[in-house]
Write a protein that binds this ligand. Structure first.
Ligand SMILES: [Zn+2]
Length: 371
């Protein structure tokens, strides 16, 4: 990335790992200096965009390429200098002028992350390195090879996966040469829905949280939800009642973890009424899933869908082991109609849902979605 001239001064506040042996951050004549050492197999070299990272050895697909530390600052626009020692090149030290906007990542809340050497990584819409946030306490992340990378290849990352809004360091005309190239690189926020969907298991948690902050579903203003991008991010495993868990087996399924005799309560749940344009992202374990609302929610009229939270994943069957009994417009129980043993999938039929008209007279603004 090319350095840009900054108008503001150096940062006063930084948060990082003070005992780090990998990076040192010092102030020298009012200029922030960052000293770091490259890991094995990675070097810095010139590209058409300025500096970039290059592999000096082969990295097989899925291997960890590096586990660098970073630090956080509260100042937003400042220049700094990185001194990078390169053990892959006779311990030569590169002096590289950087800028916090160009080389750092804004994560919201006035916090910008500075990555001593990976901040030089260029973007590709078909990147070969995937950064996974590893330890927010120690401030490290893991860079994983998304395919085999050969010695001499440039190492690239997909900025859309960790930048909510990078229009302040806009790439107007990406030249990554990928057949998936999007041209303009301005952050996850601006991606079309289909592109967001593709990245749902690659994008950093911080970005999903920022998405909900800006585009979250507002139960108090149903009309507003219908006219804009509207999202729910639901972390489900915490809400499963005792005796039930969600397992991932190609798809998600609900499975009994204890014995439910015939005619006993398996679960009670409250559904919520959501606008039909809603995007629902659910998380189970480490997997994010873009919920197929056509399939897993029920149409209830008035442009509303009924969303069942963890119970979205109860499989439908012609020979079900539970039945659904509504107690009110949006609360229901599921009762076993057979003995159910631990490890068995819970299944229900398509019958038992209240008629459409019930939802149409509901006052939606009193929705009970309150996670
Ligand atoms: Zn591109």
């Amino acid at each position: 990335m090319e350095a840009k001239q900054s108008e503001t001064k150096t940062p006063k506040v930084f948060r990082g790992n003070n005992k780090s042996s990998i990076i040192q951050v010092i102030m020298n004549s009012n200029m922030l200096e960052v000293h770091t050492t490259l890991p094995e197999g990675v070097t810095v070299s010139e590209t058409k965009y300025g500096n970039g990272l290059f592999a000096t050895k082969k990295f097989p697909k899925d291997s960890v390429m590096f586990e660098p530390e970073y630090f956080e600052v509260e100042e937003q626009d400042f220049d700094y200098v990185v001194f990078i020692k390169d053990p892959n090149n006779g311990n030569k030290t590169y002096r590289i002028e950087c800028n916090s906007i160009v080389n750092g990542v804004y994560i919201g809340n006035n916090i910008r992350q500075i990555f001593p050497f990976t901040g030089l990584t260029n973007h590709s819409c078909e990147a070969n390195c995937w950064p996974i946030s590893e330890d927010k306490e120690k401030k490290t992340f893991v860079g994983v090879a998304t395919r085999d990378i050969n010695a001499g290849e440039e190492i690239t990352m997909d900025y859309f996966n960790f930048d909510w809004d990078c229009s302040d360091r806009l790439i107007e005309n990406c030249q990554c040469n990928s057949s998936f190239c999007l041209g303009r690189v301005d952050g996850f926020k601006y991606l079309p829905i289909e592109e967001k969907k593709k990245r749902i298991n690659l994008v950093a948690d911080d970005i999903l949280i920022e998405w909900v902050n800006e585009c979250g579903w507002n139960p108090e203003n149903p009309a507003d939800n219908l006219t804009r991008e509207c999202v729910i991010y639901d972390v489900l495993q915490n809400f499963c009642p005792p005796g039930i868990e969600i397992i991932e087996n190609n798809d998600f399924n609900l499975v009994a973890t204890k014995f439910f005799p015939k005619n006993t309560l398996v679960l009670s749940n409250k559904s919520v009424f959501v606008p039909e344009n809603i995007i629902i992202i659910v998380r189970v374990g480490a997997t994010n899933k873009w919920l197929d609302t056509n399939d897993l929610c029920v149409k209830r009229g008035n442009s509303l869908l009924e969303y069942f939270g963890f119970d979205s994943f109860m499989e439908r069957s012609n020979d079900p082991n539970v039945k659904i009994v509504y107690r009110s417009d949006n609360s229901y129980e599921k009762i076993s109609i057979k003995d159910i043993y631990p490890g068995e999938k819970l299944t229900c039929s398509n019958e038992g849902f209240p008629p459409l008209e019930i939802a149409e007279v509901l006052t939606h603004s009193k929705s009970e979605y309150n996670k």
